[in-house]
Design a protein around this ligand. Structure first.
Ligand SMILES: [Zn+2]
Length: 317
């Protein structure tokens, strides 16, 4: 198996890296992966993770809810209820940041296509990228969607999309900088990127520490915060123009974290409710405390010619 070891920070390039704790893959393999911080810019990431060609087996579990339509168990049923609520909110949120109707939208990591289908119903022209073959086939057969495998993403033409969405996907992409560079390439000049990510500066993350379910190693490689994401995007001439909180995620992540802690059923639901609610209330005062954050991202405006105080066109008499 090939293991990827990060020796210099993918955000700032520094080699001043320290391990902060070990994270167990509670979901699938029980293997342990180090979580590291860059001491220069604060970027957090999973280290020594399996490379793209072999990581598939770590997703290969019937419990992997993102690709599962199972509604067995209360956690799954709650997930599906939350998904329906979130789908409507996500499509409305994307529409709010667009200047024109019938926009072309690309959803990267579209899974079984629920979001793309909801966007299509609201008038978007939609396409998707999904590397998991089973999920891709479901999206194509169930919703008649245009969904390509990952190689299709890197073959996409320049400026062909008004919107690129990544709902909890960027943290999975091994080629972090190359992928963002390609997204910049395929976006129209006034295009919009919508990126949803877990946030390890949130109340629930601080509460559960290394047992916080959204570390989700080794599937989650990059653990971004509002600050480190802005730093990463600035490298690619992108800016965050707006952030939104995702309050329901705190409850779901808290439930999973309680499961990993081995809590009894009563404690699990009671504490997940309390942690989720506390996190939500705190995030109302400070969005950087939100368990997950949705970022609206635009290309930064480049000045054609830098402003100069010695410009000959400005003369004073
Ligand atoms: Zn760094």
């Amino acid at each position: 198996m090939s293991i990827i070891t990060i020796t210099s920070c993918p955000v700032c390039g520094s080699s001043d890296i320290e391990k902060v704790f070990d994270s167990v893959d509670h979901f699938s393999s029980r293997e342990v992966f180090p979580i590291c911080d860059c001491r220069e810019c604060g970027f957090r990431f999973t280290n020594n993770f399996p490379s793209e060609d072999v990581i598939g087996k770590y997703y290969d579990s019937p419990a992997y809810i993102s690709h599962s339509d199972s509604d067995k168990g209360l956690t799954n049923r709650m997930y599906h209820l939350f998904r329906r609520l979130m789908l409507r909110r996500k499509v409305n949120l994307v529409k709010r940041h667009l200047k024109r109707d019938n926009a072309h939208l690309l959803d990267i990591g579209c899974g079984t296509g629920y979001f793309l289908n909801a966007a299509k119903e609201k008038g978007f022209t939609v396409s998707g990228i999904e590397k998991d073959e089973k999920a891709r086939e479901k999206a194509i057969t169930r919703f008649k969607l245009d969904v390509k495998e990952e190689t299709g993403f890197f073959a996409t033409d320049q400026t062909s999309f008004d919107v690129v969405t990544l709902w909890h996907v960027l943290e999975h992409l091994e080629k972090l900088n190359e992928s963002i560079e390609k997204m910049v390439d395929i976006l129209t000049p006034d295009g919009t990127m919508v990126i949803a990510l877990p946030n390890h500066r949130s109340f629930d993350a601080k509460w559960y520490k290394e047992k916080w379910a959204a570390y989700d190693t080794p599937r989650h490689l990059w653990h971004l915060t509002p600050d480190t994401l802005e730093r990463l995007l600035a490298k690619h001439n992108l800016s965050v123009v707006k952030k939104y909180r995702m309050p329901l995620d705190a409850y779901y992540v808290a439930l999973l974290s309680e499961q990993y802690l081995g809590s009894t059923v009563l404690i699990k639901y009671l504490r997940a409710f309390l942690i989720g609610t506390t996190g939500f209330l705190l995030s109302l005062f400070n969005l950087k405390q939100s368990s997950s954050v949705i970022y609206i991202v635009k290309k930064s405006i480049k000045l054609e010619k830098p402003y100069s105080l010695t410009s000959k066109r400005v003369t004073y008499k």
